[in-house]
Design a protein around this ligand. Structure first.
Ligand code: GN1
Ligand code: MG
Length: 368
């Protein structure tokens, strides 16, 4: 079925004029669909959900509906006090009233409203940008801080439970394919050693969670810098998109993921490791923005584990990329065979830099 035919399943006024790829997601496929009428134009985001990652895509749509309703109602109540219009992508229904469309190959499609005149960037461009990203994530956590977790089924059970990724990596290491890849690449061997040296790290959030020191809350799951939209006209953060991984989790997963993403001005896809960095000024600005909104509900225990979160999330993503590389790139979309190896190297380098700057990073969390 052609993309045009799929786009026409959704209830949008006008004639379809174009469907073009957009965004830089590693999992789903994203397109912009443009419809025109005599008098105006309508643009929507069309996405094919990766069914080998999201086994039950209906769940993400039900979650999205509930999350959007909750956040929207709270925004309406607080509209008088707000210093900006916070935006949210909404589901665009199909012509038959359903929230999604399954094509004849069994592929799962959904459409969302486009948040126009705002955009996402692959790297943080300035301290102000990092501050705004912090505001957006803090506001998202705050708006969902009274959400009833029992209303949500986690779309990816075990997401960000690092010990489970390590167990999966160990399983992959036992395959002959992975063993051969390791034997033939000195760089892969170096990464494997990097992981061996940090086996103890993987429980640094799971242990306090199991001990009741940290608690599950509603989180985003994937708040990297290019999921946070900045308003073109005001330069303020306006929305967080890509809510497919939202569910119960530790806010540490989100803060760690946002910081490992925006703290590295070279971005995730850089080739030369010398360009990887963890920028303390960006980190501090993000924290100030985040705590402006999230400060009201964070506990001392939450704050005490923020450093661990940054280190762990960089490590975890490196581990996920590396494991996928050894498995044959089944999970993350790649343009070339070594791409997941390259991505893993970047995250591990970042993890190393975070470790070297531990004292400075901890003092930022203490100061903010
Ligand atoms: C994936 O597809 P995308 O780019 O939104 C991944 C995240 C990673 C991210 C790294 C469902 O997100 O966990 O942090 O790549 N999403 C899923 O770029 O695994
Ligand atoms: Mg995502």
């Amino acid at each position: 079925m052609s993309l045009a035919l799929i786009a026409r399943q959704f209830a949008v006024e006008g004639r379809l004029v174009a469907v073009e790829p957009t965004g830089s997601g590693n999992v789903n496929e994203t397109y912009l669909a443009i419809f025109r009428t005599t008098f105006d134009e309508h643009r929507i985001i069309l996405q094919k959900i990766n069914r080998s990652v999201f086994k039950r895509p209906e769940v993400i749509m039900e979650n999205l509906r509930r999350i959007t309703a909750h956040v929207h109602a709270r925004l309406e109540r607080e509209v008088e006090e707000a210093d900006r219009i916070w935006q949210l992508p909404a589901i665009v229904r199909c012509r038959d009233g359903c929230d999604w469309f399954v094509d004849e190959e069994g592929q799962f499609w959904r459409a969302l409203t486009l948040i126009d005149s705002a955009r996402a960037y692959d790297v943080a461009r300035s301290a102000e940008h990092a501050y705004e990203a912090g505001c957006v994530l803090g506001q998202f956590h705050r708006l969902l801080s009274d959400f009833d977790l029992s209303q949500i089924t986690h779309p990816l059970p075990g997401f960000h439970v690092t010990p489970l990724y390590l167990a999966r990596y160990d399983e992959t290491l036992r395959t002959s394919r992975a063993r051969e890849m390791l034997c033939s690449s000195v760089e892969a061997q170096r990464l494997a050693r990097f992981i061996e040296d940090r086996r103890n790290l993987v429980r640094c959030l799971q242990d306090p969670l199991e001990a009741g020191e940290l608690q599950l809350r509603m989180i985003h799951g994937d708040p990297k810098i290019n999921n946070i939209l900045i308003d073109d006209y005001t330069a303020k953060g306006t929305a967080i998109i890509d809510l497919d991984t939202a569910g119960p989790g530790l806010i540490h997963y989100d803060v760690g993921d946002a910081l490992r993403s925006l703290g590295n001005p070279a971005g995730e896809e850089v080739e030369r490791l010398a360009e990887v960095d963890f920028d303390l000024e960006l980190c501090e600005s993000f924290c100030r923005g985040y705590l402006r909104f999230a400060g009201e509900f964070l506990t001392d225990a939450d704050r005490a584990h923020l450093y661990d979160a940054v280190r762990l999330l960089a490590f975890e993503l490196g581990l996920r990329f590396f494991e996928d590389y050894l498995r044959g790139n089944e999970y993350f979309r790649v343009r070339f065979a070594e791409q997941n190896l390259r991505r893993a190297r970047v995250q591990f380098r970042l993890c190393e830099i975070v470790e070297a700057r531990e004292r400075s990073i901890r003092s930022i969390f203490d100061r903010c």
